[in-house]
Ligand binder design. Structure first.
Ligand code: BGC
Length: 640
């Protein structure tokens, strides 16, 4: 037992003793019927009455007793809850659309920050203040049930300015290192815990089958084995078990099921595949996540053969909860229930369908009052059975108890120093280096060595934290520029090259001449997230990037292209003109890791987590489908 868990154990035992002591006194008093009238009918003397009242007030109710098993606490709490208490627990509004007073009044179970929704100023401390304020509001409710606060910390605690931003999942899939991913989960949990946030809508264990999909980079790769292996992220986030360890937050496996299988890579589209394929390719990572005890599962916006997952009782209840034995709770996606009937907004029927399908908590950012009203009416008319409401509450409350929220509801500010701290940044830099995939290296132009004392760097992504971090960074879509502290790839190159190497820089390639020993073009995609990143046309480089590379080539020096993108790009036609190609994916704030590989401080060991097309028209292209790729799944060179 480490020192933290020993402390936790001591705390548990101490409070158990306190509770037992209260329990004896409480039985003496409450055993008389809890009133001021004695069993013999006589009035209790005044002093006794005061004592009785004091003890009654002090006696913890069973569900507040940390010494009791979670199941008993849940039973006790549920027995005390009214229908409105229960409906509140199942409701998750967005922070911008609810006040603390409303949280208290409506017994709200959870609040979320959608991508980029942050307190002002956006600092770790003001996140903690915001969280504590909302938590106090929840605890002011009659039953003192704490809330859970959810965010998408999909590559570090990415809504928070100053947090460590790790590579997006596609890069971690390239790194092929489950233990590294577990440590990243642990670091993310610590940064989250510092700000109070106790629930992460991650990891995405989606299996991308078409790189046109705007969420390709949220996937660890195109085969189920990769996402299954990387469910170690859940261990890192939750700890050995929920509530144990220095920081533990609830993880979410998402998006259930088949989000990476949609036709045309259409985010929120339809996966037209057989049940056999669905089970073979898309279900295994969820099975792995459930085995690791993932606390929640988020349902996908997408459909399976024309039926929305948000109404899919067979997949949500029979397969996930039944067959896979998932005992956590299922959360809907943001306004996900609105899309069941295809029309804007949601109806009573959609509410009933979603809850009856097995969704336990509903993410209703704005119209949460309407949701509560509709669900109350559906329960009243018997369209949603009370047993379903109780089951949803049981699942949600179990996780709150396991997280230790009833005992430690407030932000753990001891971790504030870890947010964007040196240790986490070093971990991220190592992960960046591990995720680089060397795809071409003519005449061993890489790594740079003593023969390279004058290097030119160009490209829109060379000196830009926002572009190298991609979507889900400070804002939902992400954006170019100095959006959060970090080391750009150019800065990393300068640092690793050291004072003995002259590093020239021109964003668009201007300033290069043949006096340089080599040129690096850092180019790629603009940031995007979700359906904004869906691409129906070509997947080639932007014209500006092509022009930059051409300028470098015209100087007649070896040209190394570093591609900063969330997916493979259509480069086959241009590749013969480049001396080297490195897929850097979306590395996050620690650009030094890219430089470490370019200069041979770390040998490249990353391997393609997806098949690299020869032509955009080949999409979808995946291992084993008989198409001829530019680079096969698993490809990656290293230094000789
Ligand atoms: C996304 C989810 C995300 C949710 C909450 C949705 O738009 O599809 O992945 O967890 O928003 O931010």
């Amino acid at each position: 037992m480490d020192c933290t868990s020993a402390k936790a154990e001591r705390r548990r035992v101490r409070s158990r003793h306190r509770v037992l002591a209260f329990g004896v006194l409480a039985t003496l008093v409450i055993g008389t019927g809890g009133g001021t009238v004695r069993r013999d009918g006589g009035a209790v003397p005044a002093a006794d009455a005061v004592l009785a009242a004091t003890e009654r007030a002090a006696a913890p109710l069973p569900y507040l007793d940390p010494g009791l098993p979670v199941g008993k606490r849940v039973d006790d709490l549920i027995a005390r809850m009214s229908l409105d208490d229960k409906l509140g627990q199942m409701t998750q509004p967005e922070r911008r659309y609810i006040t603390p007073a409303e949280i208290t009044a409506h017994r709200i179970g959870s609040v979320l920050s959608s991508g980029g929704s942050a307190p002002s100023p956006n600092t770790p401390r003001s996140w903690a203040d915001m969280y504590d304020g909302l938590q106090r509001a929840a605890l002011a409710g009659r039953l003192r049930v704490p809330l859970m606060y959810g965010v998408d910390a999909v590559h570090g605690h990415n809504n928070v300015v100053g947090a460590t931003i790790f590579p997006h999942n596609i890069g971690l899939g390239a790194a092929r290192d489950p233990e590294l991913v577990r440590r990243i989960g642990g670091a993310t949990a610590r940064e989250m815990a510092a700000t109070g946030v106790d629930w992460n809508f991650a990891p995405c264990v989606c299996v991308v089958r078409n790189d046109r999909w705007g969420r390709t980079y949220e996937s660890f790769g195109e085969v189920p084995g990769l996402a299954s292996a990387m469910t170690t992220m859940i261990d890192g986030l939750q700890g050995e078990k929920l509530g144990a360890g220095p920081a533990s937050v609830l993880a979410t496996a998402k998006h259930y099921l088949g989000d990476g299988a949609t036709q045309g890579g259409d985010d929120r589209g339809d996966a037209r595949i057989s049940e056999e394929r669905l089970r073979e390719i898309h279900l295994p990572p969820f099975r792995a996540a459930v085995r690791r005890g993932v606390g929640s599962v988020m349902v996908s916006y997408s459909s399976w053969n024309g039926v929305k997952l948000h109404e899919h009782r067979y997949l949500v209840t029979d397969v996930l909860k039944g067959e896979l034995g998932f005992t956590g709770f299922v959360v809907s996606d943001y306004n996900g229930i609105d899309q069941i009937d295809g029309a804007p907004g949601f109806t009573r029927d959609e509410v009933a369908k979603a809850v009856n399908a097995g969704i336990d908590m509903v993410m209703v950012p704005e119209e949460w009052k309407k949701f509560i009203r509709y669900l109350r009416a559906e329960v009243g008319e018997g369209d949603v059975p009370m047993a379903r409401i109780d089951d949803a509450n049981r699942r949600i409350l179990t996780k709150k108890f396991e997280l230790g929220l009833f005992e430690n509801p407030m932000a753990d500010r001891r971790h504030l120093g870890s947010v964007g701290g040196a240790g986490h940044r070093a971990l991220a830099r190592g992960a960046v280096a591990r995720s680089q995939v060397l795809l071409k290296n003519s005449q061993d132009v890489l790594p740079f060595g003593p023969a390279h004392d004058k290097i030119f760097v160009a490209g829109r992504s060379a000196d830009d934290i926002g572009r190298q971090s991609g979507g889900w960074t400070v804002t939902w879509q992400g954006k170019p520029g100095g959006i959060t502290p970090g080391t750009t790839i150019l800065e990393g190159i300068r640092e690793v090259a050291g004072p003995g190497v002259e590093v020239g820089y021109g964003r668009d390639g201007k300033g290069i001449d043949d006096s340089y020993d080599a040129a690096i073009a850092v180019v790629g995609e603009d940031p995007y997230a979700e359906y904004h990143g869906d691409r129906t046309g070509g997947l080639g480089l932007d014209d500006a990037d092509v022009r930059t590379i051409e300028r470098l080539r015209a100087a007649d020096v070896p040209v190394i292209v570093v591609l900063v993108s969330g997916r493979p790009m259509d480069v086959a036609q241009r590749l013969p003109g480049w001396d080297a190609l490195v897929a850097a994916w979306l590395p996050g704030t620690e650009g030094g890791g890219v430089a470490d590989v370019l200069f041979g401080r770390s040998a490249p060991t990353g391997r393609l987590p997806v098949t690299w097309m020869s032509d955009a028209d080949q999409q979808p292209i995946n291992q084993g489908d008989g198409k001829k790729p530019l680079f096969p799944f698993g490809y990656g060179l290293t230094y000789g």
